[in-house]
Design a protein around this ligand. Sequence first.
Ligand code: NAD
Length: 427
Amino acid sequence: MKIAVIGTGYVGLVTGTCLADMGNTVTGVDKEKSKIDSLNRGEVPIYEVGLPELLKRGLRRNLHFTTDTHEAVMEAEIIFITVGTPMGEEGEADMSYVIDVAEDIAAAINGYKVIVNKSTMPVGSTRLVERVIKEKAGGEEFDVVSNPEFLREGTAVRDFMNPDRIVVGTESQKAAGIMSELYRPLNSPLFITDPASAEMIKYASNAFLATKVSFINAIANICEEVDADVKEVALGMGYDHRIGFEFLRSGPGFGGSCFPKDCQALIEIAKGSGYHFYLLEGVMQVNTEQMELMTEKVGKHLGGLEGSTVAAWGLAFKPNTDDVRDSPALDVIKRLMQGGAKVKAYDPQAMDNARQVLPELEYTENALEAVEDADLLLILTDWDEFKMQNFRRVGELMKSKVILDTRNCLEPLSIRRLGFNYEGVGR
Ligand code: NAD
């Protein structure tokens, strides 16, 4: 099929390259010219495993990039909207990028097309995009469907190609047929429902996962007081198939470009419908407090932050990505710096992005350089590279041998055996 994907960020680029790899002819569109130029040169502007290979293969065959939305829309049968829907001033999803794209589509539409809302958009957005296009498009026939994306950064290509389910929200049989045909090669469960339910499925799924994280963080904090080990507790809970093992890892709190904004947006959606979502507000509150708690733990170890030197390993919101949007690591580091600590930070992939938002932070070339003369090592992202460090050497380089492992990614016994004062979360 002929496809246009508008917005070539984390979701759009993965969607476009994967759909091209499945045999479709794909045009990726972005308004950022530098991004399009680098994609056309075969350079991936983000860090995502497997993406460079897919991009190169696609460019040789059926994948193109342009800033020209008009032409891309005219040539496409299916148009994916994959622009950002960031948090607005009141916590609601900011739909301005989506509306801009809808207007661009309306200006170019030249025959029947399926327009796919893949970005995470509030309930009612399928109708909204439909309305915007209808107002400006004259009599052209089209359908707008909701098709939320569930991929995770770090495993995005694998997730796109092997989804647990594909959700399509539409009342049009014609559009449902085209979407089923498009996704048929993935051989995954296709769940066709109405647009509002599809939109809600995305928010409810993210809010549920965020709830699991805050729940286990709350349990972790109790574990610390009663001498239990949250890793053991989570494992024991996870064996129950009604609960499962996933998203029961305590840490510094959830972050990233989706969970915080989608939870907040769902709280706003609820408010708009007259429901006060106390549970989700609690989830967010626990999350904020968890980041504060990590800062307090550092202060306790050091007898105050003023004048201390902290080595921070990890800036990305999770391993295997360069994304620092709403990263708990940056939140904790900012709090430490505000408290008077000097922080030296290292991340294998996320330093360029972190520099944009935190230029005043000291960045080091590698993990060992960060720990030189540090009073405490703070592990904020559980990259494999950190787990595999030579901790004997780390100890020699540090001023005092203290590790706060906010990801519980090290083995406490073996670290303590090397003479470290080691603390995890909830253990
Ligand atoms: P992103 O910021 O990485 O990418 C958005 C892209 O859209 C940018 O490159 C931007 O330049 C481009 N853009 C904005 N306006 C445009 C316009 N008018 N025309 C052309 N291009 C335009 O965002 P993302 O992380 O890919 O997220 C996109 C959506 O997908 C969001 O709604 C997000 O919530 C959702 N989502 C994200 C993830 C994730 O892991 N990142 C997972 C599932 C869903």
